[in-house]
Design a protein around this ligand. Structure first.
Ligand code: ADP
Length: 337
């Protein structure tokens, strides 16, 4: 029967989830050089399945290179489809009542928005995680029709200078039944982000933007209720701002971004270390995501880096941040074997 099929499918899914080893995973993605960009040497010396090696000026590493290990590294040739396929079990688990949080972290221009939403000129191949995730959920929902009844709704939130705002006003939580509903909403949200901002690109790189998906399911046989939630977060650019060069609003923005990204790093590190106190309250971002970080929730952090040698300083600091978040968990996973 359909119900047994779903159970069988779930068993496979749970096995895959068990394989994830712990609740926090970190993936690294390297952006390719952009068309029209002057050809230059890449700061990436090597990529293996789980390790990335960066060419370093002497001040960053003694032998002129430094390696970092994550759960997975995607090189510049990785397609949107490859990246998404790898996270599919995680996303599907939302329909089984898990909470999931996916972040895109990195300096401005490193490819965060490309991963989550896709490029400005969207094609079917270049669709980002947000679209693919929703599409997957709708397909699974259709497959389980008659067995489990699902209700899916989404919410778009922007955090700018520690202030939380709804990207789509008067529509805090919107019920959606197809990906086109979601696309329409995202476009609306994108437009609203531009209001009151002279330089929209600038502004969007300095705010955190979050697409939250709420799932409510009812098993028609047993009446069991399943609730799952997924946050898809395009974080503000992580670049350090030289305090001597910015003043006023820019300085304030930089300080808020700094504060919230460190708070996020602290929360994830503290979860990895299984500390009893997790400092969720230190920023709006971590407060918003609290229900999807820790406990049974699954977290995936996508760290993005640019290949340009000019960016090496930021690249190293991005990878160090990510390693701090990842290494404890990788270490713990090893210890558990
Ligand atoms: P961010 O969101 O980190 O500021 P973007 O996603 O806007 O960065 O990426 C900067 C530029 O690089 C955009 O023009 C984007 O389309 C392009 N880009 C980023 N990642 C890739 C990729 N994997 N393949 C092709 N182009 C990419």
């Amino acid at each position: 029967s359909g119900y047994h099929k779903v159970l069988e499918e779930n068993r496979k899914l749970y096995n895959q989830i068990q394989d994830l080893k712990g609740n926090i995973r970190v993936y690294c993605r390297v952006r390719p050089f952009l068309p029209g960009q002057a050809r230059s040497f890449s700061s990436v010396a090597g990529i293996e399945e789980r390790t990335i090696t960066i060419v370093t000026p002497t001040k960053y590493g003694k032998d002129g290179s430094k390696s970092f290990t994550f759960n997975k590294v995607f090189g510049p040739a990785a397609t949107q489809d490859e990246v998404f396929s790898d996270m599919q079990p995680l996303i599907r688990s939302v329909l089984d009542g898990f909470n999931v949080c996916i972040f895109a972290y990195g300096q401005t221009g490193s490819g965060k928005t490309y991963t989550m939403s896709g490029p400005k000129a969207l094609t079917e191949e270049s669709l980002g995680v947000n679209y693919r995730a929703l599409n997957d959920l709708f397909n699974l929902k259709a497959q389980r029709k008659g067995t489990i009844d699902y209700d899916i709704s989404v919410q778009m939130i922007e955090i700018y200078n520690e202030q939380k705002g709804l990207a789509v006003p008067d529509a805090s939580i919107v019920h959606v039944t197809s990906t086109s509903d979601v696309v329409e909403l995202m476009n609306q949200g994108q437009k609203n982000r531009a209001v009151g901002s002279t330089a929209i690109n600038d502004r969007s790189s300095r705010s955190h933007s979050c697409l939250t998906v709420h799932v409510h399911g009812r098993d028609l046989t047993s009446g069991t209720i399943l609730r799952g939630c997924m946050h898809l977060v395009d974080l503000a650019g992580s670049e350090r701002v030289d305090k001597s060069e910015v003043v006023g609003d820019r300085l304030k923005e930089a300080q808020y971004i700094n504060k919230s990204l460190s708070a996020l790093g602290d929360v994830i590190a503290s979860l990895s270390q299984k500390n009893s106190h997790v400092p969720y309250r230190n920023s709006k971002l971590t407060q918003l995501l609290q229900d999807s970080l820790g406990g049974q929730a699954k977290t995936l952090m996508f760290v993005h880096i640019s290949p340009e040698p000019d960016a090496t300083g930021e690249t190293i600091s991005t990878l160090k941040f990510a390693e701090r978040v990842a290494s404890v968990e990788l270490g713990a996973a090893k210890a558990n074997k």
